[in-house]
Design a protein around this ligand. Structure first.
Ligand code: DC
Length: 222
């Protein structure tokens, strides 16, 4: 069994890279951000305020998250509903980073993540995978990119799917705000752990990064 833990900020390319590595190795890929997003979606739908800890605790008791793989693709189910396609709006992105600050939310997700990694080889990607969820992972990577490049990638992604052009300054401000929350929260913040390999993807394409990581894993696997 092989466990690969990958962390990094939003838009660094970590999801695409992680998925590519998992495919090349023929093992499972888990995007943990999708779970935080599904919980945020529930909070938004039910008007749960992030200032009200009691309502967050109550809501967590009512939330059931399941991860299923259909045609090799991760699908995230919120109380039986496949919400995978509803997780990537700006509103859900912001809310996921806000609700991710709470212990009540993180504890529940921790079990889902560790249970999946216990029974099979996996590439798991998020913010606290190398530091907290899978601290004993054999391979650890931190994928990074500058805020400006990450903002531009976000704008390009939206353009590709035919959405109206986003404002660069607005997207950049949003990235700074999410970074600030994800890196400075009290519980399990995004950090670069000592034994992770740091990769900056600013001027690199996904295939190159995937190949580098793949070669490294292959050379040290046994
Ligand atoms: O990876 P992402 O952008 O889809 O994650 C959305 C939010 O979820 C992110 O801003 C913070 C939170 N998150 C987290 O706190 N820990 C993780 N392991 C993954 C995501």
């Amino acid at each position: 069994m092989i466990t690969i833990a990958i962390d990094g900020p939003c838009g660094s390319g970590k999801s695409t890279v992680s998925e590519g590595i998992a495919k090349k190795l023929g093992i499972l890929y888990l995007n943990t951000g999708a779970i935080y997003r599904a919980i945020a979606l529930y909070m938004l739908r039910n008007n749960i305020n992030s200032n009200n800890i009691n309502s967050i605790t109550d809501a967590m008791d009512k939330i059931n998250i399941e991860i299923k793989y259909l045609n090799n693709e991760q699908h995230t189910f919120l109380n039986g509903e496949d919400v995978s396609k509803q997780l990537y709006s700006m509103e859900v992105s912001d809310a996921s980073s806000v609700f991710a600050q709470f212990k009540e939310v993180r504890d529940k997700i921790l079990h889902i993540q560790r249970n999946l990694a216990k029974v099979q080889s996996i590439v798991m990607e998020g913010r606290d995978i190398t530091s907290h969820v899978l601290p004993d992972a054999k391979f650890k990577f931190y994928i990074d990119a500058s805020p400006e490049i990450r903002a531009q990638r976000r704008i390009n992604d939206e353009k590709i799917i035919g959405k109206p052009q986003l404002c660069f300054e607005k997207v950049l401000a949003d990235i700074f705000e999410r970074d600030e929350r994800d890196k400075n929260r009290t519980i399990s913040p995004l950090i670069l752990v000592e034994d992770a390999i740091y990769i900056n993807t600013d001027n690199r394409n996904v295939e190159d990064v995937v190949n580098d990581i793949y070669k490294l894993i292959k050379s040290k696997k046994d």
